[in-house]
Design a protein around this ligand. Structure first.
Ligand code: SF4
Length: 287
């Protein structure tokens, strides 16, 4: 029997990575998001809508140059950690290290602390934006991949899920997605990126939708059927006329990302997780 040597990773490395990812996510718009805004500004025919897009591009430039947050809402930190099964963490608790990274970023980086300890009752602020929402996955290999979202409350609040049934079919899924963006209107700070999860179970479909937002904005879905669905949904959403920040225009969404998972014969769960484009803060790192 061959023994595969474990790769030791000190949790301090994870802590430092999380700190940096949180800071970068808040200060610097990712290249794919910036490029999507630039394309949208060129195409937008509504004058006011175009002006909003150009102002949002200016906002990204100023935020990156001055190292200030792109938005006052600096978000809930959601971490997806894919951990190779040949990794052995040393130096303490992984969960504590991740929360330490968040704490350091939000304290030293003067980012707004947005987390309350109890959702009902006192709703007292934890003062350092912890705890992060943490999704752990064990994968093959010896890498650790971290995906960090700083997820704004406005767009998150307008996200929805529904347990459709197979009889509702693809049309039911499409209608639910469009209806969600329509109900959100200006409240999700459009232009949005629309993450759609279809399949799985009640608990997993929301995670599927959120993770789909980590895909590069403007990238083509490798599944041709889903690529066609994304194109149709994007076209229908942008025909709603909500426009940048709700001022009207063609740019209500920058992209639609659809992810699917196997599901029960009696089920058709669907979740729509909206990501505000003006503060689309997703970062990825492999250590
Ligand atoms: S939804 Fe996004 S852009 Fe709007 S206030 Fe929240 S973080 Fe900022």
């Amino acid at each position: 029997m061959t023994t595969i040597p474990l790769r030791e990773v000190n949790v301090a490395t994870v802590r430092d990575a999380i700190e940096q990812l949180c800071l970068d996510a808040n200060y610097v718009a990712a290249d794919d998001v910036r490029a999507a805004f630039a394309r949208a500004a060129e195409r937008e025919v509504a004058k006011l809508g175009q002006r909003v897009l150009l102002q949002l591009l200016d906002n990204m430039t100023i935020a990156a140059g001055e190292r200030v947050p792109m938005c006052q809402d600096t978000g809930t930190v959601v971490v997806f950690a894919s951990i190779g099964q040949d990794v052995h963490f040393v130096g303490g608790s992984l969960r504590d290290a991740i929360n330490d990274g968040v704490r350091r970023a939000y304290t030293a980086g003067y980012l707004r602390a947005s987390m309350v300890a109890r959702p009902i009752g006192t709703r007292s602020n934890t003062r350092d934006n912890t705890p992060a929402v943490l999704h752990l996955d064990i994968v093959e290999g010896s890498d650790v991949e971290l995906i960090v979202f700083a997820k704004g409350g406005g767009a998150e609040n307008m996200s929805r899920m529904c347990m459709l049934t197979p009889g509702d079919g693809l049309d039911g899924v499409k209608d639910f997605v469009i209806e969600t963006v329509e109900i959100a209107g200006p409240n999700a700070c459009p232009p949005v990126i629309v993450g759609v999860g279809v399949g799985g179970t009640f608990d997993s479909v929301g995670t599927l939708a959120k993770l789909s937002l980590a895909r590069q904005v403007g990238s083509e879905n490798p599944d041709p059927e889903l690529a066609a669905l994304e194109a149709e949904l994007l076209q229908r959403i942008n025909a709603l006329g909500i426009g940048p920040h709700g001022f009207g225009g063609r740019t209500t969404a920058l992209a639609v990302h659809v992810a699917i998972a196997p599901t029960h014969i009696a089920s058709l769960p669907v979740a729509v997780n909206l990501q505000c484009g003006p503060a689309a803060r997703v970062r990825r790192l492999v250590i």
